[in-house]
Ligand binder design. Structure first.
Ligand code: F3S
Length: 497
């Protein structure tokens, strides 16, 4: 690799031993992929994929400390991937113990390191750093040093920026040095499409399912998708960008796509038309049956494949403001149709903190809360990335989450249907049959507090006395079939029953 005199001086130690090691790492990385030179990073901000203080990654944090001690803050400020923990997301005592004592023991100290290295803000932990609310949106043709696969594919394809699918740490080293090796998707010849994907679906395909099918077929190559503009139009408006965010994340995780072109829509496809398709490109035809085939082949790795869903995640990659509003509205419509007030499966929507703050200003935020949906900034993958979660029946609309964890993929329509199921399934303790109107408590049922009006004040209707239970407080319980996930509170409850 040919270095400029300035880069060579850095490699020789002119800016200190630690910077020399950083440059040497980038040179070795470039040599591995046949890069002939380094090119300057031209984006305003970087982005790091490592957002978690995992105990097993201590050597990484030691190395970052060496960089900090040498005074090598990042040459550009950067955003980071979502955090792994949020107390608002349901977890059991044992999970909390595992998260805090065995897995993410370096979380606080690592976040402090990121501050010292140059993270833009404590709010900027998200994989959708390119959204307007976060502000790390590179321009067309800008060279980046990012690693988060869903963000890299979005930046290359939708924004027309140039970035390789780098690894964690390497991307931060690029930001520190200010340059990256030139190879792969930084070069024009590698941005040509080597696959033509012809869409012949009868309706708009689910973004995450289509991305999965294409990713698994083309793997690391570049697809040129024909026929999607029929549904997305020819303008990169909010709706099209949101679709492409989810579509791209699936191509990048179910395969290794770093760049795709959508005919008549994405910048390089619009500019260059079919001349961007390489000679001898292969063809993949996708119709309704092909998407069904792909979906039917996803393995179900739940311990009990027939289990009722226990948790639902929507928002991997993080949701946009529009998605939060649209999902809240759609959930509301479904609940109304079924005479329900709250979702019946604990459901978590994830989005960046800046998007959540915007959402909180809208009337939809209160509606979402009333529906019992939890809003969080976490990365669901990080949350599920432990052996305990394998036992949980988690459903998701994310094909990326499905790929990395035991979560089961449902289309958006299936998710909407599932999280408002009216069937309550429990465990048989005493066999027999009886019929009664259901009284549903979504949270733990405090037996003593609930029965105190009847027990102590002689209320004949046995109205629920637990003011902390918004579902059933003051509702008559007499003659009802109580549906509850667990009992909580004083053990006196057992005596009362
Ligand atoms: Fe984002 Fe985490 Fe999914 S980084 S794409 S929410 S796996």
């Amino acid at each position: 690799m040919k270095l400029t005199p300035e880069q060579q001086a850095m490699l020789n130690g002119e800016k200190g031993e630690t910077m020399a090691k950083v440059v040497k790492t980038l040179v070795m990385y470039g040599d591995t992929f046949g890069a002939e030179r380094m090119v300057p990073i031209s984006s305003k901000y970087g982005h790091t994929v490592i957002s978690f203080g995992l105990k097993v990654m201590k050597p990484v944090y030691d190395l970052y400390q060496e960089i900090i001690d040498a005074g090598l803050v990042s040459g550009q400020k950067f955003t980071a991937d979502p955090k792994p923990l949020d107390k608002h997301v349901p977890s059991s005592l044992i999970e909390d113990l595992v998260f805090k004592k065995f897995m993410y023991t370096y979380q606080d100290s690592y976040e402090q390191q990121l501050r010292e290295l140059g993270i833009t803000s404590d709010d900027d932990y998200t994989c959708t750093c390119y959204l307007d609310q976060v502000g790390n949106k590179p321009g067309k043709g800008e060279v980046l040093s990012w690693a988060e696969s869903s963000a890299v594919v979005y930046a290359n394809s939708v924004l027309g920026a140039r970035c390789n699918r780098n690894s964690g740490m390497i991307e931060l080293m690029g930001s520190i040095a200010g340059f990256v090796p030139e190879f792969g998707l930084l070069l024009d010849e590698n941005r040509k499409a080597t696959w033509i994907v012809e869409l012949k679906c009868s309706k708009k395909p689910d973004a995450q399912l289509l991305g999965s099918a294409i990713g698994m077929k083309v793997m690391e190559e570049v697809p040129y998708v024909k026929g999607l503009d029929k549904w997305l139009g020819t303008t990169l408006d909010e709706e099209a960008c949101t679709y492409l965010k989810d579509f791209g994340a699936a191509t990048a995780s179910n395969g290794a796509v770093g760049l795709y072109h959508i005919e008549n829509l994405t910048p390089e496809a619009v500019e260059q038309g079919e001349s961007i398709i390489a000679e001898g490109a292969k063809t993949y035809v996708i119709d309704d049956a092909e998407l069904e085939r792909v979906k039917a082949n996803y393995p179900v790795i739940w311990k009990n494949p027939d289990a009722e869903p226990q948790l639902c995640f929507v928002g991997c990659p993080h949701m946009t403001l529009r998605q939060l509003i649209d999902w809240t509205t759609a959930v509301g419509t479904e609940l109304n149709k079924n005479g329900l007030k709250k979702v019946t499966v604990p459901t978590v929507f994830t989005a960046s903190t800046p998007v959540i703050k915007e959402f909180e200003k809208t009337p939809y935020y209160k509606q979402l809360k009333r529906q019992g949906i939890i809003l969080s900034y976490i990365c669901p993958l990080m949350y599920m990335n432990n052996p305990l979660c394998k036992k949980k029946a988690v459903i998701t609309s994310s094909n990326k989450l499905r790929t990395y964890t035991s979560a089961r993929y449902y289309t958006e329509a299936e998710i909407l249907h599932t999280i408002k199921m009216k069937t309550f399934k429990g465990r048989v303790v005493v066999p027999g049959t009886c019929t009664a109107e259901a009284l549903v408590s979504h949270g733990g049922f405090n037996t003593l507090a609930s029965y105190q009006m009847g027990m102590m004040f002689g209320d004949k209707q046995m109205k629920c006395g637990d003011q902390n239970n918004a579902d059933i407080y003051k509702k008559p319980m007499i003659g009802k079939a109580l549906c509850l996930p667990m009992t909580i509170g004083s053990t006196t409850g057992g005596m009362v029953l």
